[in-house]
Structures are given as C-alpha cells and as structure tokens.
Design a protein around this ligand. Structure first.
Ligand SMILES: [Zn+2]
Length: 148
C-alpha cells in the first residue's frame, strides 16, 4: 500500500489541498503556513513541506515529532524523498536548459572575437595610413627619397 492510500486526505476537513501532510496536521486559522500537528500539538511554521519534515523526522529545518510512530515516519520520509526526486528532475532539466543557453553565449563570444579582430585590423590599417602620411610628409619636406 502506498503512503497516499494508507493516509487518505480526501474529504479531510480544513485541508487546503490533498497533500498527505494534512492527514497529520491542521492549518492554523489566520496564520499563513502554520500547521498544528495532530499527533503532538506542536505548531510548525513554514508550510506543509516543513510540516512533513516534522513528521518524517527529517532534521535540519524543524524539530522532529515526538509522537509519530515508526511506520508513519518512514512513510512520510518516502513521500518527501519522492517529491525531492521530482525536484531534482526539474533542476536537471533546468541545468540542461541553462547549459544550452551557455552554448549559445559561446557562439556570441565568437562573434565578439570577430568584431574585435575587425577592429584590430582597422586600427592597424589606420596606423599604416598614418605611417604612409608621415612618410609622404617627410618626402615632401625633403623633396623626395632621391635627395636622401
Ligand atoms: Zn508532531
């Protein structure tokens, strides 16, 4: 039996969604994201996922529920892991998407290289023109290379 079948939330009074967490907690009225644990009476702030961590004894964000049984705790941990896997999938897709973007950016950089190469060439040609002018002036002022 999957945890969802084991702890049904359908038709549960006051549950804002069919999230399995509502089987064990009740939303505190007028306190957004605060949930009262039906097992120990503790108020968990931070939303239903945080509350499920309280039930699952997933440490880090919230104090573990002292009254939860081992079976429920493990089931809830599985639910959390399951939703974590989904998140990782989402993240992986995002990473792939981002790496595609980066590849496009690389092409863009190539374009910039080209532009700067053209700029460099232009600068060199301006310099050689300048050089030519300088020689030309020198030639005129000295009356030609022949007189050197
Ligand atoms: Zn509790």
């Amino acid at each position: 039996m999957s945890p969802r079948e084991e702890f049904p939330t359908k038709g549960l009074e006051g549950a804002p969604s069919n999230d399995i967490g509502w089987h064990f907690g009740t939303l505190v009225p007028n306190a957004r994201g605060s949930i009262v644990c039906k097992l120990c009476g503790k108020v968990v702030k931070g939303g239903i996922t945080r509350f499920k961590e309280h039930i699952a004894h997933k440490t880090g964000n919230v104090a573990p529920c002292p009254n939860v049984t081992g079976v429920i705790r493990e089931s809830m941990m599985n639910v959390l892991k399951e939703s974590n896997t989904k998140k990782i999938d989402k993240k992986r897709r995002k990473d792939e998407f981002l790496s595609q973007l980066t590849e496009e950016e690389d092409e863009h950089e190539g374009f910039i290289d080209e532009v700067s190469a053209i700029r460099q060439a232009t600068r060199e040609s301006i310099q050689s023109q300048h050089e030519w002018h300088r020689r030309e002036e020198f030639r005129r002022s000295t009356g030609g290379w022949d007189n050197i």
